[in-house]
Write a protein that binds this ligand. Sequence first.
Ligand code: ZN
Length: 220
Amino acid sequence: MKKIKFHNSNDQLIIEKIVCVGRNYADHAKELGNEIPTDFPIIFLKPASNVIFSGQSVIHPSYSNNLHHETELVLLIGKTLKDASNLQQAEDAIWGYAVGLDMTLRDLQNQARDKGDPWTISKCFDTAAVLSDFVQKKDHLLTGKEMISLKVNGKIRQNCALDKMIFSPAELVKYISSIMTLEKGDLIFTGTPAGVSKVVKGDKLEAEISGIGKIMTEIA
Ligand code: ZN
């Protein structure tokens, strides 16, 4: 079992399911040659056992030649929510925020996409979810002006304002709650902006959302 790490608090909370959102920034959908979703977000799952934290290493699976970083705002759900009837109810279920890396095996994901297979092996390997500490909403209210960024070996690869998301955090939570019950300890990875790229063994990654958190990790 993996536990949430809080910035500024010793609260204990076990990580439950992890729901991830695909193609939530138009520029990123375009760079991968995908359609931009208009009606509903694309969602998939990661197991909590995939999680590692800032300071730990991402283990590059031997069966892929194209490991990509996806830097994302992560939402922490603080209470049970099913079929949210409005955006305020969805917003009220969000307890806090972190920066996360949704590590992705792009070669295997493309093969799965072409064959119509699930994305599981490209998204759900050990160390495929990297988390910073969580900031509670009472300590940081999201404005959308926060910058989400990623450096690889000191060079900027991703850099974007959070308000460039297609579906807002509350819209995502409302939609996901119409499909499956959200519970305290669930996480939502909200999608990545443009600039995803291949990383290799030895690369040092630094992911940050201004005012929220930072991840330092290395590919091993
Ligand atoms: Zn992602």
